[in-house]
Ligand binder design. Structure first.
Ligand code: GCO
Ligand code: MG
Length: 404
């Protein structure tokens, strides 16, 4: 049969950042692309795909997207977790891409068509000191942004994740070991409300402000922070407590009306179920790549829709432009969409993954190319060798390891 999957390739590449890309081909020459990047664990997911998943795909009908998802998920004894789910996510994206290319339609059309004119997005503004942060906010506002994530330094600390002292913000440092940082959650909780207050004062009432606490607070600190931020009227406060302790968010929720977002490290609908069904969050942050692809993400969003929770997917530059495409196609077609994180990419990444989707004036558009609308420029993709790169490990001032 000439429409079967007949080649499975896994490309580990490093155009400025490390990416893992899955390329499926059918016997009649259609290509489907998927992103399988797990920041700092790239080779694990590459092996999972090439050693364990690829051989199963050859000869299958790429049109059986749901069945292939179930086969890779339920059909294997060991399941869940970021590596498995990113691998399944990449396969799923590639299959939707093939279906779109075969139909000559963009994926958002296959998902039911547009429900909005554009996909709202937010970018990152950071500054070590408040004046630098306000300048960064102005750059976003001048670009037309309506949603901005704001992060700043903390007095007494040398480094704070997500805040660079120069303008070159690179989240993962190359090397055999993660770099280390010291962080003081108490000092951070004391300082952050002043920062958000200054930004709100500067930017005026209309712009939506977001802030990320990176799972580093106790429930009590998180509740105190949420309360202290109420006058700054945040769009969301992200990842206040470690995501495993979901009951902690009930405590936080009981003490503050600041909207809560979590889930960038969740991998399945079962990770999200308790928080969504108990309405403990306002936004679910699963990324299409880390939560099993388009097919599974749609189920998460459908569960969220029933419970008044909106999608606010993770979209840093370690989510490749292929997964970004898949997320934008969902953003165009999913009703309960809040906002897409769009950190942006170095120019070389745009060149390595030429794409039909576009960003301007603070919003994203999926474009009208068939499938996901992303291609590969292999010369750019392979122009830098892969080397390990890790996000920093944080320790408290007394040296104990802190949550990510
Ligand atoms: C975000 C994230 C990032 C992550 C990074 C991990 O909200 O964008 O928290 O800052 O740390 O994407 O790979
Ligand atoms: Mg985050």
């Amino acid at each position: 049969m000439n429409d079967r999957i007949d080649s499975v390739e896994v490309l580990v590449s490093s155009p400025v950042r490390n990416y893992v890309t899955l390329r499926l081909r059918t016997a009649d020459g259609l290509v489907g692309l998927g992103d399988a990047t797990v920041n700092g664990r790239e080779l694990a997911v590459a092996s999972y795909l090439s050693d364990h998943v690829g051989p199963l795909l050859e000869g299958l009908d790429p049109g059986r997207i749901e069945d292939i998802w179930q086969y890779l998920y339920r059909g294997a004894y060991w399941r869940r977790g970021p590596i498995t789910m990113a691998a399944i996510g990449a396969v799923d994206m590639a299959l939707w891409d093939i279906l779109g290319r075969r139909a000559g339609l963009p994926v958002y059309q296959l998902l039911g068509g547009r429900v909005r004119d554009h996909v709202p997005s937010y970018g990152h503004a950071f500054g070590w000191e408040i004046p630098q942060l306000l300048d960064a906010v102005d750059i976003h506002l001048a670009r037309g942004a309506r949603h901005i994530r704001v992060q700043s330094g903390v007095p007494g600390l040398d480094k704070v994740y997500g805040v660079s002292k120069d303008l070159d913000y690179e989240p993962a440092g190359r090397g055999a070991r993660p770099p280390e940082e010291r962080f003081d959650p108490e000092a951070y909780v004391r300082h952050a409300p002043k920062v958000l207050e200054a930004v709100r004062e500067h930017a005026g009432p209309d712009v939506e402000l977001l802030h990320d606490a990176h799972h580093r607070l106790t429930p009590t600190q998180a509740a105190q922070l949420g309360k202290a931020l109420e006058p700054s009227r945040l769009f969301w406060l992200e990842d206040v407590t470690p995501a495993e302790d979901q009951e902690a968010l009930r405590f936080v929720r009981q003490h503050t009306t600041t909207p809560l977002a979590i889930g960038e490290v969740f991998n399945t609908i079962w990770d999200c179920q308790y928080l969504i069904e108990n309405r403990l969050i306002d936004y679910i942050r699963t990324a299409v790549v880390h939560a099993g692809g388009i097919s599974h993400s749609r189920k998460i969003y459908a569960l969220a829709e029933v419970h008044g929770v909106k999608a606010g997917p993770h979209g840093p530059s370690d989510v490749s432009p292929i997964a970004m495409a898949a997320s934008i196609h969902m953003g165009a077609s999913v009703h309960n969409w809040g906002v897409q994180e769009y950190m942006g990419y170095p120019e070389k990444v745009h060149d390595a993954f030429p794409h039909a989707w576009s960003y301007s004036d603070g919003v994203l558009q999926p474009g009208d190319a068939a499938g996901l609308g992303v291609e590969l420029d292999e010369a750019v993709l392979s122009s830098e060798p892969y080397t390990t790169a890790y996000l920093p490990t944080a320790r408290r001032l007394d040296g104990t390891v802190l949550d990510w």
